[in-house]
Every structure is written in C-alpha cells, then in structure tokens.
Design a binder for this molecule. Structure first.
Ligand code: UGA
Length: 480
C-alpha cells in the first residue's frame, strides 16, 4: 500500500520506517527542511536503537523516501498517518495547531479518496474535528475522506521493537473499509505466529522470542483516542504511587525494592512501572497527564487523582535536592558529578527530563557541575554551557564532593566504583534512580542515599583514613 506519514519526529520516523519494513511504500514529510535534508542522506537525527539500519535498508529498497514537498506527499498516499506533535499549551491542554494545519493541507491537496489516520496523541473528540476540517476545507468536492484513530504505544528506546511486536493494535474506526484498510496495513504483524514474524525482524536476527500475537482491538474513534491518554495516565499514576510508597518506606524503615517486588508478583498489579526515584519525565507522560486532566475538567469530570499524581511527580526533584542538601549542608561551590541526563535510559531525549530541573537548581545555588550521558550530552550542552561535559563516565567524579545518578542507564552499574571512590574528594552518592545496591556501595566506603531504602550506614572516620577498598570490591554492583 502507498502510505504517507506527516511528521518526522520520534513517532513519525519509527512508524514510517517500520511500515516500510512491513512492505509498504512510504513517503514521509515534515515542515523542518533541515530534518528532511538529513533524512534524505540516510541519517537519523535521533538516537533510537535499530532505527538507523532499518531506515537505510528501506531507503535502499526504494520503499521509504523523504520529501519537503508536503502537497506531493499527500497526493501520493492511499492512507495518510498524521504524526505531528501535540505539545502542551500554557494551561496544559494539548496544542492541536499542527493537526489542524495538516488536516487543511490534506483537504486542499488530495485528489483521490484518502484514509486519514490520527497517530499523534490527541484528546478524545479530535477525530470529529478532523472530519469537520477535512470536509469544510475540501477543495475537490468529489474526494472522499475517511478518518481513523490508531494510537501508538511506542516507548522511546524500544520503539522499533514495540512497533513490530505490539501487545495490541487499536483501531478506532467508523466504517468497514477503514477497518479493512488498516487491517491490511498491519497484516504482517497480525498474522505473525507466536515466535515467528512475516517480516524480516531487525530486532531479533536469530528468530523472535515466542510471544502471543497482538490483539486487534477495534473501537470507535473516541474510545481509541481515550485508550491512549488513559494508558499513559495510568502509568503515571503507578509511578507516583510507587514514589509515595517509597516516601513511606523512608519513614517506617522499610525497603521500597522489597515492597514493590512482592507487590508486582500479583499479576493484577504487575511489576513494571513501580520503580521509585526522581519520577517520570519525557515528552509523553507529563504532557498526557496534563492534557487528560484538562479534558476531564472540560467534560465536567473531577479527576483530582491525576492532579495529585502530577504534584507527587513535581515534588520528586524537591525531595532529591533536599537529600543533596542534607548530605552536603552547603551546595554553593561544591563540585558535583552527574551521571545521566536523558529522561530515561536508551534515548538521547531530554525533554521534560528531571535532570534539567536538578541541574537548574544546583547551578542556581552555585554548584560546579560535571556531567556525563552516553547519548544526551549534545542536547544538554546546548542548554547548559556552564556545565562541564565529560567524555568518560568516571571523569565526572574527579575531586567531587558528590555524585548524582539521574538516569537509569544500566551501564552505570558496571562502572569502576573503586576508581570513582578514589577520585572523589568526598565519596558521596545520591542515587535518584535507585540504580545501585546500598550495601555494596557502603562496603566500598561510599556514603549512599537513594529513595525509599534505608540509608547505608556512613563509614566511620577510621574507614576513610584507611580505606577498606582493598578488603572487598564487588565488580558488579547490583543484579536485577
Ligand atoms: C510512554 C509510554 O510508556 C508509551 O507506552 C507511550 O507510547 C509513549 O509514552 C507515548 O505516548 O508516545 P516513554 O515516554 O518512551 O513512553 O517513556 P516511559 O518508558 O513510559 O518512561 C517515562 C518516564 O517514567 C521516564 O522518565 C522513566 O524514567 C520514568 N519511570 C518509568 C519511572 O520513574 N519509574 C518506572 O517504574 C518507570
């Protein structure tokens, strides 16, 4: 099938590339000319595992192309996937300007029937507005438009895998033709047998792990729109819940890791998204929670529960800074090392990352910062010229008074913590992601603080004078 993807951000790029991988002919367009020029050279402007190789192989196979000519792109596709951004407005509502622009463009340029698919995350009832705009601005009265909602559930860092091996494919449709057309688009994924795919899976070269085929969920357009916001908001609630339990653990001397491990063994609760720490960031959860709250307000539904989850999340950075202050006493002039800038591991994305607020506050208090992240330093250095960015993770610790962990990159567990201990003026770690094992860090001689876990005993002054590091130095800090 010929498919047009409008918007070449995370969602559009992964969607367009993976649809080409399924065998469709895909043209992607974006109003950012520089981005299109980069993509036309086969270069991916974001870090997303597997995307680069998939994009170049599909371009070579002539199934995937990029153009700045949006009108031309609109004409070429039988189905048009709208993947433009829906950023938050000042009041938290989703800004739908880009969707409106694309709808008017499609209405003006289409010369044949089109299936217009909302892929961007939008509030319920956007589909109705989309239909209205397409009909009002339609230049050729003979051209028919059908509208569908097909929300994405792609996580940054595993987006390609999530696209090719989804748990569910949600189709919000109003007619059989749209359902059939979308079913045809996703057929290779839907007909994949457990453990086998009908496409060349770039994620699992030696065969995909045995898994259930995805469930096809066909709904109304409004339900599909709501499913997306409701899912992301529930994940946010779950994280904030775990964070509140962590705070309680600190007060009663319990250990959050033990508590959520046992909770997660109940399949009704499930273990994912119960990691306490600095809270949720990124361009999806924070904005989707806000947009969902505003939608509820406008619909006359009191969703205070979600507002509270948002507040809990905002307070995580306050609590983290307080932990640093408690340990350091005075922050001014302290040399602080930072491990991790991205809003989560396996991405270079720093949008709404908790690290940004932590850095802003520490700089405002006069701290001297050295930072490292395997992917996100390019983006962070454009915002914080005052921060010294290091080539190697252990370099952030040099002569440091404290070391902070702000992103859950698993590689940080494997660092040479003995070297880091020796390099620091004061071996203090404040772990915002509960990544390391308190007991192991204490045995290495560190003063170690995290969220919801009994603080590791501070080594006695004698231990600092004659380091015990020769006695016991675990190489792997914590297994998960
Ligand atoms: C999220 C959803 O998980 C996807 O299903 C959805 O498709 C996507 O938004 C979207 O709307 O496009 P993503 O933004 O990539 O995906 O990030 P998550 O993996 O959900 O993580 C969000 C934040 O929560 C990160 O800052 C992460 O560090 C934090 N988090 C996650 C926790 O603090 N604790 C946890 O237990 C899990």
């Amino acid at each position: 099938m010929r498919i047009t993807v409008v918007g070449c951000g995370y969602v559009g790029l992964v969607t367009g590339t993976c649809l080409a991988e399924l065998g469709h002919h895909v043209v992607c367009t974006d109003n950012d000319a520089e981005r299109i020029a980069t993509l036309q050279k086969g270069l991916v402007p974001i870090y997303e595992p597997h995307l680069n190789s998939l994009l170049t192989s599909n371009m070579r196979a002539n199934r995937l192309s990029f153009t700045g000519d949006a009108a031309d792109a609109v004409k070429s596709g039988d189905a048009i996937f709208i993947c433009v951004g829906t950023p938050p407005k000042e009041n938290g509502e989703a800004d739908l300007c880009a969707i409106d622009n694309v709808a008017r463009l499609i209405a003006a340029e289409a010369q044949a029937a089109k299936l217009v698919v909302e892929k961007s995350t939008v509030p319920a009832k956007t589909g109705q507005q989309l239909k209205r705009v397409l009909s009002v601005y339609r230049r050729d009265p003979v051209v028919k438009f059908r509208v569908a909602s097909n929300p994405e559930f792609l996580r940054e860092g595993t987006a390609v895998e999530d696209f090719l091996h989804p748990e569910r494919i949600v189709l919000g449709v109003e007619d059989e033709d749209s359902e059939k057309q979308l079913g045809e688009i996703y057929r290779p994924i839907l007909e994949a047998f457990p453990g086998q795919t009908k496409f060349r899976c770039p994620v699992h070269w030696s065969g995909c792990p045995s898994a259930k085929s995805p469930e096809l969920v066909v709904t109304t357009i409004s339900s599909a729109e709501l499913i997306k916001h409701a899912s992301n908001s529930f994940l946010a609630l779950k994280i904030s819940y775990a964070n509140m339990i962590a705070d309680l653990c600190e007060k009663v001397g319990a250990d959050i890791k033990e508590v959520v491990h046992a909770m997660g063994l109940d399949p009704r609760i499930a273990p994912q998204f119960l990691n306490a720490g600095l809270g949720f960031g990124g361009f999806c959860l924070p904005k989707d929670v806000q947009a969902f709250v505003r939608l509820a307000e406008r619909s006359g539904v009191n969703f205070n529960m979600l507002k509270e989850a948002e507040l809990v999340n905002k307070r995580r950075v306050d609590l983290f800074i307080e932990k640093i202050r408690q340990a350091l006493w005075v922050i001014k002039d302290k040399r602080i090392g930072i491990l991790g800038l991205a809003f989560k591991a396996n991405t270079d994305d720093i949008r709404f990352a908790p690290s940004l607020e932590v850095i802003r506050r520490l700089l405002a208090e006069g701290a001297q910062l050295r930072a490292y992240d395997q992917q996100a330093m390019g983006k962070a250095s454009a915002i914080f010229p005052e921060v010294h960015f290091c080539r190697e993770p252990q370099d952030v610790s040099r002569d440091g008074d404290a070391l902070l962990i702000l992103t859950e990159w698993p590689e940080f567990r494997q660092l040479d913590w003995t070297y880091i201990y020796d390099a620091m003026s004061r071996p203090l770690i404040v772990d915002g992601r509960n990544l390391l094992d308190p007991a192991a860090m204490m045995q290495l001689g560190f003063e170690y603080h995290s969220f919801g876990r009994p603080p590791a005993e501070q080594p006695s002054p004698q231990l600092f004078a004659t380091p015990l590091l020769g006695a016991f130095r675990p190489s792997v800090v914590q297994q998960h």
